[in-house]
Design a protein around this ligand. Structure first.
Ligand code: SF4
Length: 694
């Protein structure tokens, strides 16, 4: 049942799925949501929504929700239902026991995009103040951490440069590694609208995404590259821009570091970076690369939108830097209609980064080693902070396996399904002595947990999410938490039990503290959010109502900085045994590991993950559409049904990862980005064979 009668009142809140962050009215009958209606006053969505957001309320009251805390001494024991007090005290005593036995650095925590800004802030505060270390990380590690690194290094701020509305002034749209119509449907529709109005479109993607050719939109150029060759292609585009004299030297010389610009021009001009020299690497015809580069540099306002197809590679950070270089060299940054725009996959992945749930950065992207910053937080929190960065997610797994990391507090992240090389992750979780999972459902990670703390869905709590355009939007409680507490309250109880007192009475007080400590949030308050509807950070004295476009007069770091982006092939090579490249992505009706969408109407439209394979490759293996196929990599193997399609190129296969039984991450490898350890989900060498079925 989708609609449950006539609503009596409505409450405006924010979708908890993708990085568009659509505003919705939850229409209520008593304490029950009868439907979700997209808010026409929503700044990110202007009254639009997709099939995920509309039916999101379905999972909030799903029968699988766990609403009582549970503990067990061993993961082989049955769960025992206990009171909140007992569960919190047990978790705290276990963390204390572990730290007493194995040392201060033997425990840590993970936050996720499921958390509001306020919840994320509290988790990293608990880790730093109560655990006394910096072992805190977030799901951005496995998606957009290269964005944080690459944009900070070049532009000075780890965030996209534009508002979504900026696209309506764009003449040339470049989409790299982002299937926007499936991953960010509402923004994908706006993109299509702008293309229908006459904007040109360049798509860089190994697969025929809908934007390449749909009933109303066709890409002017589709650079259908081989997975893993983004940097070679971006260098080739830059080569054309520089060697054909298409740079905007006035902008670059005035706004950027001159020496870095000159060095970069010399670097990309080298013959090895030409479209002709890189054609055998990327598989993209040189003439098409030249034409696309000319269009980007000379076609008017040009904006680059990119996604996980850029970041989830061994050179993810390099590719982000290459994108920023291109924008600076052509002057396509610092005004409406242009810019560098990471399309954040999840609703609050931007916020989880902003709030300091990184092992090396305090809230506001300030490095933990910076004395002045640390002193500010120490004074506010009344503790002495550890100055060395803590463990990233993959380091936590490695430390668990070598016996030095024993306790994990995991809020809203299903690492046992979402992280690559599943067997390795499971072994690490098994090696821990106390895993505390705070979630809505007994997810895959909970199978390895000793304490389960029931979470609250986005409909059961107050707080804020920050979307891909830096827009902070209110999340409002439309019904009481099914388990009695909002997630920030649970973290607060745990911190108190650990001995570090927290005493907030409402998330607005947490935001007030954030505003005091984070300069880009200095002007943010719940009162202002209620008044304005949403705010794009930076919001402070200089920009009291927020900042739609960044880097207008100068870059956040002062002068923009060009960095060299040498192409280095991935270690993941095809061979006679593993001749195909597997790449992964998402589908419109499902969301990430599917924990939520699989429990809504959305499963009607997409009920399994399938393997897309080119008919040529299928024929060679005797595979027909719908056959079961075994997929084997150097890490593991799984079985899926095949879909024959020319959307993928010969030599490349593709799947989604929404269903735990499909085991997509059983086969992905532990290769990762050189700078941030973001996993290389997008390139795995595999063999595919026809099998009888699971
Ligand atoms: Fe909007 Fe994304 Fe939610 Fe769809 S999933 S309604 S596009 S925020």
């Amino acid at each position: 049942v989708i609609e449950k009668g006539q609503p009596e009142h409505s409450i405006v809140t924010t979708c908890a799925y993708c990085g568009v962050g659509c505003s919705f009215k939850a229409e209520m009958k008593g304490a029950e949501v009868v439907r979700m209606v997209p808010n026409k006053d929503g700044h990110a969505n202007h009254g639009h929504s997709c099939v995920k957001g509309r039916f999101a309320f379905g999972y909030a009251t799903h029968k699988d929700r766990i609403t009582t805390p549970m503990i067990r001494k061993s993961i082989h024991d049955p769960w025992q239902v206990v009171s909140w007090e007992e569960a919190i005290n047990y978790a705290a005593s276990e963390f204390k026991r572990i730290q007493a036995k194995y040392g201060r650095y033997s425990v840590g925590a993970l936050t996720s995009s499921r958390c509001t800004n306020e919840e994320t802030y509290l988790v990293q505060k608990l880790v730093r103040a109560a655990f006394g270390n910096n072992n805190v990380d977030t799901c951005a590690r496995v998606c957009h951490s290269p964005t944080g690194y690459g944009l900070k290094q070049t532009l000075g701020e780890s965030a996209g440069t534009q508002a979504f509305d900026s696209i309506m002034k764009t003449d040339v749209i470049v989409v790299i590694g982002a299937n926007t119509t499936d991953g960010h449907p509402v923004f994908g529709s706006r993109m299509k609208r702008r293309i229908r109005e006459g904007a040109k479109l360049i798509v860089v993607d190994p697969r025929d995404i809908d934007l390449v050719k749909s009933p109303h939109v066709k890409a002017d150029y589709h650079l259908k590259l081989r997975p893993g060759t983004n940097v070679a292609l971006l260098n080739a585009l830059a080569h054309v821009v520089v060697t054909e004299g298409l740079t905007n030297d006035t902008f670059a010389l005035e706004r950027c570091e001159r020496e870095s610009y000159e060095k970069w021009k010399t670097f990309v001009s080298a013959e090895r970076n030409s479209p002709e020299a890189t054609e055998s690497i990327t598989g993209v015809p040189a003439e098409m690369v030249r034409a696309a580069a000319r269009l980007y540099a000379t076609g008017g306002n040009a904006a680059i939108y990119y996604g996980l197809g850029v970041t989830e590679h061994s050179q993810g950070s390099t590719a982000v830097i290459a994108i920023a270089n291109l924008a600076m060299a052509t002057g396509n940054i610092g005004r409406e209609g242009v810019g560098v725009n990471p399309l954040r996959g999840q609703n609050n992945v931007q916020g989880s980064c902003d709030m300091g749930s990184f092992p090396h950065e305090l809230p506001g992207y300030r490095h933990i080693s910076d004395f002045e910053t640390r002193s500010q937080f120490e004074a506010a929190w009344g503790v002495t902070l550890e100055s060395e960065p803590g463990l990233r997610i993959p380091n936590m797994f490695a430390a668990a396996l070598d016996g030095s990391f024993k306790g994990l507090y995991c809020e809203g992240e299903d690492i046992a399904q979402s992280d690559p090389d599943t067997q390795h992750v499971h072994a690490a979780l098994r090696a821990m002595e106390c895993v505390v999972v705070q979630d809505l459902f007994l997810n895959e990670t909970a199978k390895f947990a000793h304490v389960f703390l029931p979470g609250a869905s986005f409909l059961e709590k107050n707080g804020t999410f920050t979307n891909a355009e830096r827009r902070i939007s209110p999340v409002r409680k439309v019904m009481p938490p099914l388990a009695g507490y909002e997630d920030w309250e649970v973290t607060q109880m745990l911190s108190n039990a650990l001995g570090y007192p927290m005493n907030y009475s409402h998330p607005s007080e947490i935001m007030d503290e954030i505003a005091r400590l984070v300069p880009t949030f200095a002007g943010v308050s719940y009162e202002k959010l209620d008044r304005l509807g949403s705010i794009q950070w930076p919001c402070n004295e200089k920009a009291p109502e927020g900042t739609p476009t960044m880097h207008v007069d100068q870059f956040v770091r002062g002068k923009g900085r060009f960095l060299l982006t040498e192409y280095v092939p991935t270690q993941e090579r095809t061979s006679s045994r593993y001749p195909l490249i597997l790449t992964t992505g998402r589908i419109l009706s499902q969301y990430n590991v599917g924990a939520q969408t699989r429990r809504t109407m959305n499963s009607v439209w997409h009920s399994e993950d399938r393997l897309e394979i080119h008919p040529h490759d299928a024929e060679q293996r005797g595979i027909k559409d719908g056959d079961w196929v075994g997929i084997k990599s150097r890490s593991g193997e799984t079985v899926l049904r095949a879909t024959l399609t020319e959307r993928v190129q010969p030599g490349v296969v593709y799947t989604t990862f929404h269903f735990p039984e499909s085991g997509a991450n059983v086969i992905t490898t532990d290769n990762s980005d050189w700078a941030t350890n973001c996993p290389e989900y997008k390139v795995t060498a595999v063999q595919v064979t026809k099998v009888a079925g699971p």
